[in-house]
Design a protein around this ligand. Structure first.
Ligand SMILES: C[S@@+](CC[C@H](N)C(=O)[O-])C[C@H]1O[C@@H](n2cnc3c(N)ncnc32)[C@H](O)[C@@H]1O
Length: 278
C-alpha cells in the first residue's frame, strides 16, 4: 500500500509505547492521512446525538476528533500510547472542554462510551491481541454502544499494519456484538480502495464476555478439539482462541464456572485455564 509503510524500527520489536513513539519521532507515519478518514466522516455525519460519548483509541493525530469538534460533538475522548501525538493534540485543543486527551494504554483505560471509532488501531496491534481487543471493547461500550470504523480486508506481507478478512472478523466478534454493517467501504482513500471494510457493530449486552489465559496447546489440531469441547458447554455461544493459543475469548449467555471449563479440558492434565480479570 502506498500510504502505509513499515517502520524504521525492526518489526520484531514489541509494539509498545517506545516503538510507536519512535515512529512519530522519525516521522515514519505512513498511516497518517492528514485529514479525517472519508468513511468515518460519512459515518459521523449520520450521528445525531452530539452529546454522545465517543472514544477514539490509538488516535494518533486524530483528524477524526478534530472533525467531531467542528461538527459540535461535546463529549469526545482520544487515547494514544505515544507521547508525541498526544502532546500535539493537547496543544491543538487546549482550553477545549469538549475533548479529553489521554496518554495511555487502551487496554488499561476505564470508561463507558456510546460510540468507539476505529481507524487503523486494530491493525496496529499484534494479531495475538485481537481477542483482547474484543473483550476490552465490549467492556468500554455502554449498553447500546456501537463500534464503528474501518478494518482491513486484505493481508500484508508483514506488519504493522496487520491485515485480516471479513470471515475472520465475523468469527472474532460473533455473539459479543450484533453486526449492523460489515461491508467493503465505498469511499476509502484511493490507496486503500476496496481493501477496507466499514464495520458498525452493536454491543450485545445480553451476554457475558470473558478472556482466559490458556496453557498447554501446542498445535491447531488441539486448539480445534478444545474449542469444540468448550463450545459444547451449555450457555457458551462463541469461543475464539488467539493465534498463540495462550488466550481464549468466551462469550456466554451467563457466567460459566471456571470448574466447568477446566472439567471439559482436563482429559489432558497439561491444559489449564484461568480467568483474566478486567
Ligand atoms: C497506525 S497508528 C494509527 C493512528 C491514527 N488512528 C491514524 O489513523 O492516523 C496506530 C496508533 O495506535 C497507537 N497505539 C498502539 N498501541 C496502543 C495502545 N495499546 N493503546 C493506545 N494507543 C496505542 C500508536 O501509538 C499509534 O498512534
Amino acid at each position: 500500500m502506498e500510504d502505509i509503510k513499515c517502520c524504521v524500527v525492526s518489526c520484531d520489536k514489541p509494539l509498545d509505547a517506545a516503538y510507536w513513539e519512535a515512529q512519530y519521532e522519525a516521522k515514519t507515519t505512513g498511516w497518517d492521512l492528514g485529514k479525517v478518514s472519508p468513511p468515518i466522516q460519512t459515518y459521523v455525519d449520520t450521528v445525531t446525538d452530539k452529546n454522545c460519548s465517543i472514544l477514539i483509541p490509538g488516535c494518533g493525530n486524530s483528524y477524526e476528533a478534530e472533525y467531531l469538534l467542528e461538527q459540535g460533538f461535546t463529549n469526545s475522548t482520544v487515547i494514544d500510547i505515544a507521547p508525541t501525538p498526544v502532546a500535539v493534540l493537547k496543544e491543538k485543543f487546549k482550553n477545549n472542554s469538549n475533548i479529553q486527551i489521554i496518554l495511555g494504554d487502551f487496554f488499561e483505560h476505564q470508561g463507558k462510551y456510546d460510540l468507539v471509532l476505529e481507524q487503523t488501531f486494530f491493525c496496529a496491534l499484534p494479531p495475538t491481541m485481537r481477542q483482547k481487543y474484543v473483550w476490552k471493547m465490549h467492556q468500554l461500550l455502554a449498553d447500546e454502544g456501537i463500534l464503528a470504523g474501518l478494518l482491513f480486508n486484505r493481508t500484508f506481507e508483514s506488519g504493522p499494519p496487520f491485515g485480516g478478512s471479513k470471515e475472520e472478523y465475523e468469527k472474532l466478534f460473533a455473539a459479543a456484538f450484533d453486526f449492523l454493517k460489515m461491508e467493503v467501504s465505498e469511499n476509502s482513500i484511493a490507496p486503500r480502495a476496496d481493501s477496507e471494510l466499514f464495520i458498525e457493530l452493536k454491543k450485545n449486552n445480553q451476554v457475558v464476555v470473558n478472556l482466559y489465559e490458556f496453557e498447554g496447546i501446542t498445535c491447531s489440531g488441539c486448539m480445534e478439539t478444545i474449542t469444540e469441547k468448550l463450545i459444547a458447554i451449555d450457555g457458551i455461544l462463541n469461543v475464539s482462541m488467539n493465534s498463540t493459543f495462550a488466550e481464549v475469548l468466551i462469550v456466554s449467555k451467563n457466567e460459566i464456572a471456571i470448574q466447568a471449563l477446566q472439567h471439559v479440558i482436563s482429559y489432558d492434565e497439561k491444559y489449564k485455564i484461568k480467568k483474566i480479570n478486567p
